[in-house]
Design a protein. Sequence first.
Length: 357
Amino acid sequence: MSTSYLQLINLNKKFGKFVVLNDISLTINKGELICFLGPSGCGKTTLLRIIAGLEKQSSGMIIQGDKNISFASPADRNYGIVFQSYALFPNLTIADNVAYGLVNRKYTKESIKKRVAELLQVVGLPDSGSKYPSQMSGGQQQRIALARALAASPDLLLLDEPLSALDATVRQHLRNEICNLQKQLGLTTIMVTHDQEEALSMADRVVVMNHGTIEQVGSPMEVYSNPASPFVADFIGKVNCLDAVVSDGNAFKCGDLTLQIPQQQHFNKGDKVKLYLRPEDTIIEPSSIDGHNHCTGRIKHIEFFGSNCIAELSVDHLANQSIQLQLSLNQVYDLKVKQGETLTFTVRPERIMVFPL
Ligand code: ATP
């Protein structure tokens, strides 16, 4: 069973009159990796800085275990922090950078040396102690920043967009390394990111934020498959959004087409709704068929993503609304899918998401 490590209770933050965080409440469990995910300016970094004690909340409380730490100094919180910009001291060697947080904590020279060697080993750079930051690549510098954050055995690790300055390959490696290390150490970790792929691939739970509020908290699978709001559906992954009118509790008129879902919804006949549908939630049919949820469209263009493609279709029966479908590369070859050709598909009823307008 998960145990609560940190509780954020009704946190608010204003800069002057500008509300940056609005009534944030959240429990962070011991040993989990939690990601704050949201668009630029939604308040992720401010929330992380309040947790770190680098910024004061305007109101609300932070409870760690059974202690109220709402006004504790950053030093008293014993949290390790890694920023996007590495923030290494250019005039200090790598070993001195990693040791920096230990020097004022009454460690002996010998124990500092041992701890630094241990940490450089952990982050895969055992021979770099005598080098300077300028001699290291971006990915290596971020590993050093991670080693420095871990040096004083923090209770909580805070990562503020740690990977966003790195190129795609290095980012992918470091993602895996951070996850492995975090699980190995059982270290409760909060990471801020605006990159949905990063959050979905790394987090135990994702906190989706928008305009200073929490829209949804859930596992990566939950926030992707069962988004709580149109914002979450739209922000995480690709999604088609179709205008429709309720014709029955579980049937919706979208242009000439009736789209059915398995469960009754609490809408009235004639209500306007938005239907959300992921590009992968359709079945490509070899030939045209009649009935609900079946449709034919003309391919406007095809975007290639390696093993997958996204085909954008203009569909007459959907009142000319466009729809994006995901196809495997094999389907593209087998069905001879080409721009200008028609494609028939069935929308999976159980995957249609309905939101009021
Ligand atoms: P990004 O992904 O771009 O870093 P974010 O979600 O982390 O965005 P924050 O950095 O927390 O967002 O900023 C939230 C809002 O608060 C922004 O509109 C920002 O301009 C504002 N803000 C942040 N710090 C201050 C400050 N010290 N004074 C005034 N406004 C601030």
